[in-house]
Design a protein around this ligand. Sequence first.
Ligand SMILES: *[C@@H]1O[C@H](CO)[C@@H](O)[C@H](O)[C@H]1NC(C)=O
Ligand SMILES: *[C@@H]1O[C@H](CO)[C@@H](O)[C@H](O)[C@H]1NC(C)=O
Ligand SMILES: *[C@@H]1O[C@H](CO)[C@@H](O)[C@H](O)[C@H]1NC(C)=O
Ligand SMILES: *[C@@H]1O[C@H](CO)[C@@H](O)[C@H](O)[C@H]1NC(C)=O
Ligand SMILES: *[C@@H]1O[C@H](CO)[C@@H](O)[C@H](O)[C@H]1NC(C)=O
Ligand SMILES: *[C@@H]1O[C@H](CO)[C@@H](O)[C@H](O)[C@H]1NC(C)=O
Ligand SMILES: *[C@@H]1O[C@H](CO)[C@@H](O)[C@H](O)[C@H]1NC(C)=O
Ligand SMILES: *[C@@H]1O[C@H](CO)[C@@H](O)[C@H](O)[C@H]1NC(C)=O
Ligand SMILES: *[C@@H]1O[C@H](CO)[C@@H](O)[C@H](O)[C@H]1NC(C)=O
Ligand SMILES: *[C@@H]1O[C@H](CO)[C@@H](O)[C@H](O)[C@H]1NC(C)=O
Length: 380
Amino acid sequence: MMMMEWKWLRLIRMAVMLLVLEGCRWCTTDACLEHERIALLHLKPFFNYGNQLQSWVEVKGSDCCKWKRVECNTTTRRLIKLSLNSTRWFDNMGYDMDNGNLNAWYLNTSMFLPFEELKSLYLSGNAIGGDLENEGFGKLSSTLSNLEILDLSFNYLNDSILLSLSELSSLRYLDLSYNQFEGSSHPRGFQLLSRLNNLETLDLSWNSLKNSILFHMRNLSSLKTLRLRRNQLKGRLDHIQGLNNLTNLKYLDLSDNSIESISNQDGTQWRLTNLEELDLSNNLFRNNTISFPQGLSSLKYNNSLQGSLDTKGLRNLTNLKKLDLRWNQIESFQSFKDGGSKLELTHLEELNLDANLFNTSVFASLNKLSNLKSLSIKLQ
Ligand SMILES: *[C@@H]1O[C@H](CO)[C@@H](O)[C@H](O)[C@H]1NC(C)=O
Ligand SMILES: *[C@@H]1O[C@H](CO)[C@@H](O)[C@H](O)[C@H]1NC(C)=O
Ligand SMILES: *[C@@H]1O[C@H](CO)[C@@H](O)[C@H](O)[C@H]1NC(C)=O
Ligand SMILES: *[C@@H]1O[C@H](CO)[C@@H](O)[C@H](O)[C@H]1NC(C)=O
Ligand SMILES: *[C@@H]1O[C@H](CO)[C@@H](O)[C@H](O)[C@H]1NC(C)=O
Ligand SMILES: *[C@@H]1O[C@H](CO)[C@@H](O)[C@H](O)[C@H]1NC(C)=O
Ligand SMILES: *[C@@H]1O[C@H](CO)[C@@H](O)[C@H](O)[C@H]1NC(C)=O
Ligand SMILES: *[C@@H]1O[C@H](CO)[C@@H](O)[C@H](O)[C@H]1NC(C)=O
Ligand SMILES: *[C@@H]1O[C@H](CO)[C@@H](O)[C@H](O)[C@H]1NC(C)=O
Ligand SMILES: *[C@@H]1O[C@H](CO)[C@@H](O)[C@H](O)[C@H]1NC(C)=O
């Protein structure tokens, strides 16, 4: 009798467990939230170029966490990443600085408001333009308080959106490269960005920014990476002072501009003691008149130095580990001040002098590099 009862009890227990398991599948606790699914469907018609969002189906109960370009938090089942990059027709071939707005469109950012836990939003390459000053991204700040990564590269945005961007105070990474920022049309524009006091990476490459941009960004002291490649920085950079305040900066890319010299005439020392890599490639430096930051551990020039390189400016780089001088037209090293010709970089481990105009006399300049591990001097 006892045996029979136990058997029944076990059977009942199994049935209950099965019900619980099946039941969970039915009540779909592991699907995405209905209102987020509907919000995604509202976005779909704007970003479905080439039917890239075909997995976004209008079927009730469909788990949008499994849709392409969507990522959810596995616990809360709420959206944390949305990758809508290159999902709109973008006539790259017909891109023209003067008529660039040809196929720009107005993005209604309210459509992103339901995604309250969103951390990363990729919107690059979508021809987004329009005057977003009043609407813009600012309104997202009220609900998207976790937004850390915003990629708006390859669009038609200009200075008029800076005010609204400056309200997204949770941002750590902001990519504004390949847009139409000028830095001068809105006097307070880039200064406003300094409200983003969590911002660590700012990419402004391939815009039309002038020298004054460095000054306007002087309060962005949380920045660790700043990219200003291919803008309109030119001549003498006087605004060292602005740069100098970015004391957390680790990586600075100023390549592909027309910088001739970097001056700090008033004698202020560089305070960028955390700067590890400075890329000054493809500028118009002639004689090396720059005063480099002391702690720098990696320096790169390409296609911007010629003739005899003044070693005076390099002498202070006692932490320099990596020096990349490829693709210049350097003939020799020389200190114009004291006539010396030695590179005295005691920490240097990697030196690349490929594609310059050296002859064998250069080796005499290199014999003080006591820690050198790799040296390359290929002729072009
Ligand atoms: C998912 O959400 C939980 C609860 O809010 C949180 O503790 C966790 O860090 C989140 N995970 C990710 C990857 O965001
Ligand atoms: C979109 O962006 C994500 C994140 O950067 C990247 O992994 C993915 O390759 C990009 N997709 C396209 C089509 O560009
Ligand atoms: C923007 O999107 C929101 C939410 O989808 C909608 O309520 C609003 O009408 C839209 N505004 C415009 C101007 O289309
Ligand atoms: C920015 O773009 C908008 C819309 O394309 C345009 O109306 C406005 O004049 C532009 N502003 C500047 C400063 O170029
Ligand atoms: C930048 O910082 C200076 C000094 O702390 C302050 O006077 C100025 O108002 C700040 N500018 C902006 C735009 O935040
Ligand atoms: C920027 O640096 C200057 C001196 O170079 C200093 O007077 C100013 O207060 C600094 N601003 C900030 C916001 O740190
Ligand atoms: C570089 O400096 C040397 C010595 O000061 C000078 O003779 C030479 O003309 C300068 N070259 C250029 C391109 O400025
Ligand atoms: C090198 O550092 C010394 C002491 O800090 C300083 O006086 C000198 O001006 C620096 N030289 C250059 C070329 O930066
Ligand atoms: C250096 O610049 C030249 C000319 O712009 C370019 O062709 C080359 O790829 C660059 N090399 C490196 C290593 O950056
Ligand atoms: C090698 O280069 C140095 C510096 O440019 C020059 O003074 C010297 O004449 C050159 N020697 C030969 C053999 O070309």
